[in-house]
Design a protein around this ligand. Sequence first.
Ligand SMILES: NC(=O)c1ccc[n+]([C@@H]2O[C@H](COP(=O)([O-])OP(=O)(O)OC[C@H]3O[C@@H](n4cnc5c(N)ncnc54)[C@H](OP(=O)(O)O)[C@@H]3O)[C@@H](O)[C@H]2O)c1
Length: 248
Amino acid sequence: MTIENKVVVITGASSGIGEATAKLLASKGAKVVLGARRKDKLKALADEIQNAGGHAVYRVTDVVNPDDSKELVQLAKDTFGSIDVIFLNAGLMPNAPLSALKTDEWNSMIDVNIKGVLNGIAAVLPTFTSQKSGHVITTSSVAGLKAYPGGAVYGATKWAVRDLMEVLRMESAQEGTNIRTATIYPAAIHTELLETITDKNTAEGMTAMYEQYGITPDRIAKVVAFAIDQPEDTNVNEFTVGPTNQPW
Ligand SMILES: NC(=O)c1ccc[n+]([C@@H]2O[C@H](COP(=O)([O-])OP(=O)(O)OC[C@H]3O[C@@H](n4cnc5c(N)ncnc54)[C@H](OP(=O)(O)O)[C@@H]3O)[C@@H](O)[C@H]2O)c1
């Protein structure tokens, strides 16, 4: 089964990588189920997909709340009768030096970037296990592979995603559940991500870097589509994707 007719839940679908992925997958015949907190954005995206002849529904979802994640998965099953893929993509990056002690932002990143992914896995795993198929895709980051000043907590959350996805892959293979996994490590992609940075120096530095190197989020959407489009017995597990001219 290729992308056509697959039911794909996407978190962080209201902008950036999630939005671009929803559009691309819907254009290839997937039935997309959109989750994020901003209702107006989700509605506009669902309308755009439907007006283009695609299938999309949405639910206002805060991935920090386990019940929201469960209800998003239930919406997929109630509307389309099944769920094949979950793209756990919601994330925040309020980078700052540790010495700035932005502890509320540290906690937000842990809540959204780690617990949000775990909540999504918990919401979908019983179904994927019982149907003996499914695909969990996450957006980690190059910050989950390489450390850099200003990105201590963000990087820690993305390293955590890398670890838990690899263990999910191993356990699924051991348990014979046929659940596929893919972890994506993007570098500089033009989205709304930098808008969560409140530390002035960090914001200026990262904005300059993104202006120099950034590429558009449809590049990541194509990678998600590639992962889904593989034969069911083939797991393409990790992708590092960024601008050709970005040196780190
Ligand atoms: N852009 C890059 O250069 C880059 C590089 C590496 C990794 N990433 C990762 O890519 C993912 C997508 O980010 P993006 O670059 O596309 O940035 P973005 O445009 O800011 O998108 C982030 C998405 O996450 C959603 N979100 C945030 N908190 C949420 C919550 N509590 N519950 C539900 N949804 C929530 C946002 O929607 P609402 O505000 O409507 O909830 C939005 O749809 C993130 O995990 C990010 O860390 C991005």
